[in-house]
Ligand binder design. Sequence first.
Ligand code: MF3
Ligand code: CO
Length: 249
Amino acid sequence: MSEFQIFSPKEMDSLRRAGKILGETLELMGRLVAPGITTKELDRAAEEFIRSHEGATPAFMGYHGYPATLCTSVNEQCVHGLPGDYVLKEGDVVSTDCGVLVNDLYTDACRTFGVGKISKEAQGLLAVSSQALEDAVAMIKAGVKVGDISSTVQATVEGAGLTIVSALTGHGLGKTLHQFPDVPNYGEKGHGPKLPAHTLIAVEPIVCTGKDGIKEADDNWTINTKDGSLSAHFEHTLLILEDGVEVIA
Ligand code: MF3
Ligand code: CO
């Protein structure tokens, strides 16, 4: 489908509820991330927390057969890291990407955390990637074109000397997890589809410290940087308004 979905006030309420649970899940992840915890333990805590809310379920589980609540991507892993027995250690960076489904509506958000004390390089990567997302949030409103968002993210990332992982993009969502439009993290101002009010998009800079390029891992899910450089990922689900956005999660 190459059409924007527009959400009713009732659907927006479901999205807000899903988004609140998702935001709290990611806050919980931020409190739990520490040297010694496994990515599987994070996953279990996220699943339990989401399911403790009546009518809320983990949105990624079962999506194209995905077996977990979270994607936990460590260091050179960009996205879709499978939770497992890996024990987080001081100096790692880990992204916790998660979705919550309420009344058949999807939300999707991600944060990357440092584990204990991290290097200056890793601190810079996290700061710039999250700043790129916030710069996009600050300029998005109805009437903005997708290319305007893409070029905003690109300017922040490249302006800081870091690299966009160009194969991975943001997306529309709501009735499905991924739908029209793609929201690339690089592009040209003034290009692409124009956002209407009351549609929903996920903006998600995926950034690395090395060269652009990805490589799929043997588990058929995890996507790594090709050159093994560090990667970070921040994502918000945004409801588009006439004069700005509502950060759903
Ligand atoms: N946030 C992820 C994305 O937009 C969603 C992953 S779904 C999964 O690609 F099934 F792969 F986990
Ligand atoms: Co996403």
